[in-house]
Design a protein around this ligand. Sequence first.
Ligand SMILES: *Cc1c(COP(=O)(O)O)cnc(C)c1O
Length: 404
Amino acid sequence: MSNTVTRADFDQVMVPNYGPAGFIPVKGLGSRVWDQSGREFIDFAGGIAVNSLGHCHPQLVATLTEQASKLWHVSNVFTNEPALKLGKLLTETTFAERVFFCNSGAEANEAAFKLARKYGSDHFGPEKNQILACKNSFHGRTLFTVSVGGQPKYTEGFGPVPGGIAHFEYNDIESLKAAISDQTCAVVIEPIQGEGGVMPADKAFLEAARELCDQHNALLVFDEVQSGVGRTGSLFAYQEYGVTPDILSSAKGIGGGFPIGAMLTTEKVAKSFGIGTHGSTYGGNPLACAVAHKVLELVNEPAVLDGVRAKHQRFVDGLNAINAKYQVFKTVRGMGLLLGCVLTDAYAGRAKEFLKAAEKQGLMLLVAGLSVVRLAPSLVIEDKDIDEGLARFEAAIAELTSAQ
Ligand SMILES: *Cc1c(COP(=O)(O)O)cnc(C)c1O
């Protein structure tokens, strides 16, 4: 048997639920990545808003290797120092008074939804179990979280799905007003819909959601798995909006590439998860928590957060300049370093073609749905990498549009 693997092996050994790019990345540094043949790419994908400090940040490598030689895992039968330090830092820097650790965004949301149900049941009785979420939202791929996410394509064929879930229109106060009732235990919102097309919430919509939740004794849950940890230029997007949830889920960027999820909440709400009510074997793992603590420390610096705003402008100006020449984007939207280029009607449904064209030019991009090209680069991407990546994007668009 050969020790070398190729992209063709993917189709032989993997369950076919993904269709990865044609090259295999083997090495990364900052916002540059190299494939098996040594070809260099600029990374505007950031591991889907995960590599918040780029690839192999020296301080993350140092933190991980230091912890790796100390203690890897003890389970929740014991606690550990990195988990406690990360918990303290999260409670110091956010609204949260209590935190729960897990391994992914879906698990953080699973915990959030279960906690909201349990809190409703504890305080108001078992009928208070309805979870309201937005159409076209995304909360993960477990059966409960795909059911709460309002995208039918992700639940088709997986029924029966859990009940007690209803959907309303994003950024539509009247739609939420019509849906909410005293049976609602939680209203779940992404402050920016990521997978749903990089769609930021209106401030008035989040304020109204907060008010309606208070009127109906429902918990407001913000899914900040994609929007959190500096992505918008604030540590969490709720801080940018000035609307505070009762429960917040975090994952993706908080680990900088090491798998970890976190659910943040208040002391009062947390009480509904008594001993034995919920858990995770790996949750609070020392390796993950040590890395996440360092990520938070590094990201929660004015220089980095202000940098995100400045880089946002650099990207938007560059993308608009490209668009002035080629007219392929209807609009460029998003916050901080989560950006969506919405394709014009002529290119609607063809976002994947932009990724393929970019791959040829040595640029890694993302889509968000069929008609939005998404960028979620490192929060500390260097300006020269932004400029070089945009030049490659322009070359890709030039080729794509000339082939028409
Ligand atoms: C990615 C994402 C999730 C799911 O996170 P996983 O780590 O893939 O389980 C949940 N919510 C939002 C908003 C996301 O972007």
